[in-house]
Design a protein around this ligand. Structure first.
Ligand code: F6P
Length: 476
């Protein structure tokens, strides 16, 4: 049973019916192939995340999903005010920013009663609603796979009702022990205690596992770093890294489609020289503004590179939150500043259009992926899978994918350093084609070496080992 806030698809109204749209963000895109592989063995529980989803749910549209997706989906209808407190205030303003250590970046000082109320009267009740849907849909011997920080309290809530249930929780973002220092105490301990209701916790890379263990230790739990586990109230919770793969075969098939190829050709036709590409949600942790500033700085000092075109395929994210609305404004301002000096150098496409984005990824000469911190960053993997032009990857150390792709990328150590980022783009643009192709092929072989089913089955194998009283098979 997969359980996450955002489900695999959202609904959009069209004429007098509804169309389906791929769920936004890394989680939905990565988990859908997993659920398809499990087929009718899987049930995915998620929230209706918009008014349209709620209307589609009321109109019985969810019943068509098994046929369209190959697995069953249950959507929870949560009252919009409660949802907004749970999603905007607690999940995204407190937990997402904590997991990415964004307090200084966003100049957020501290939290008060409003946030505590949101935790008590919305986050916990929504987690209870998810836990009760899980109890309702599952038997005691089912595997429950909770996904992400929206549902950090739910593992413990299920555990209290079903002490022997096998429970897993996967965090799709980065994790930052210091980030938790800024949270009010009931939230900080509530999240960690909630997660410790699971038998096993998954993260994308070892650094996030270690940061989680650090955070548990700071709060006062007994941790065993050698075995990679936390002991609490007579129970053990294990923590392991499972780097999420992409479904490269399916993606390449889509990239070969007429629509994606046409988009690729259009980008090539528009480019006045080599193409730099980025593809992101408009998300502060993605560090989009510094990426544009670095590009501007590069063009300022290298006249001969002024024919390079930067295509930014972005889509507006979490616009119900002031921080995200302001970040989108900052993105627009940064583009305007660069384009004032270098007309039309940055072209932004602001819409969630996956095929267009794949078109851009297929033709980049340089792919800029410069997050401050990022759980994995699937764009870097998708880019190397579909690129058809010996493109170079510029990658910051804070991306989880750096662990797998760093050796094949032009590396940026400090994502906050605009000059370092500019130099990395410069190096990427000047790397001889033969070398770029070798790096691309190296990265691609890594990306193609694992499949969504390997990812999910390694978690399931570990959960089975734990249920038999052993340590997970995956080493720390
Ligand atoms: O992949 C990380 C993640 O935060 C998911 O949990 C989330 O669904 C996605 O990014 C997109 O964010 P949102 O659901 O807030 O639009």
């Amino acid at each position: 049973m997969l359980v996450s806030n955002r489900g695999p698809v959202s609904f959009i109204e069209s004429g007098d019916g509804y169309e389906l749209k791929r769920g936004a963000g890394g989680l939905a895109g990565a988990m859908d192939p997993v659920a398809r592989k499990l087929g009718d063995e899987a049930v995915w529980i998620a929230a209706a995340t918009s008014e349209t989803d709620r209307r589609a749910l009321a109109a019985g549209q969810v019943e068509r999903l098994p046929e369209e997706l190959g697995y069953r989906v249950r959507l929870l209808d949560i009252d919009p005010d409660t949802y907004s407190q749970y999603y905007d205030v607690v999940s995204n303003r407190m937990l997402w920013f904590a997991n990415h250590c964004l307090w200084d970046e966003l100049e957020i000082g501290s939290f008060g009663q409003t946030e505590l109320d949101a935790w008590e009267s919305s986050y916990l009740p929504v987690n209870e609603a998810f836990a009760s849907a899980v109890l309702d849909e599952s038997d005691a011997d089912d595997l429950i796979l909770f996904q992400d920080y929206h549902l950090a309290a739910a593992p413990r809530l299920v555990r209290e009702q079903r002490p022997r249930q096998t429970i897993f929780h996967f965090t799709h973002s980065s994790f930052c022990a210091d980030g938790y220092d800024r949270l009010p105490e009931p939230v900080r301990t509530g999240v960690i205690e909630g997660l410790l209701g699971a038998d096993l916790l998954g993260f994308h890379v070892a650094s996030w596992v270690n940061a989680f263990i650090d955070c548990c230790e700071k709060i006062g739990f007994s941790v065993d770093r050698e075995r990679g586990c936390v002991q609490h109230a007579g129970a053990t919770t294990w923590a392991r890294a499972y780097p999420i793969p992409i479904d490269a075969t399916a993606l390449k098939e889509l990239a070969g489609s007429e629509t994606v190829r046409t988009w690729g050709d259009r980008f090539l036709g528009e480019a006045t020289g080599p193409a730099v590409v980025r593809a992101d949600r408009t998300e502060p942790s993605k560090n989009i503004v510094r990426g544009f500033e670095a590009f501007g700085a590069l063009l300022d000092r290298r006249k001969d590179l002024r024919h390079v075109t930067f295509f930014a395929c972005l889509y507006a994210s979490r616009q119900s939150m002031a921080e995200y609305r302001q970040y989108l404004e900052k993105i627009n301002d940064a583009i305007a500043r660069v384009n004032d000096r270098h007309p039309d150098a940055i072209r932004m496409f602001l819409k969630d259009d996956y095929e267009r984005t794949l078109g851009a990824l297929s033709i980049y000469d340089v792919l800029l992926v410069n997050p401050i911190m990022d759980g994995m960053n699937l764009v870097s993997k998708e880019g190397v899978a579909v690129n058809r032009r010996a493109g170079a990857l510029v990658l910051t150390r804070g991306a989880g994918s750096f662990q797998e792709l760093g050796d094949f990328a032009v590396q940026v150590d400090n994502a906050l350093d605009i000059e370092e980022t500019a130099r990395a783009m410069e190096r990427a643009l000047e790397t001889p084609e033969k070398e770029r192709r070798r790096a691309l092929e190296g990265a691609r072989s890594i990306v193609e070496s694992t499949k969504p089913e390997d990812w999910i089955y390694s978690q399931i194998d570990d959960l089975e080992a734990i249920a038999e009283g052993n340590a997970p098979k995956t080493p720390i």
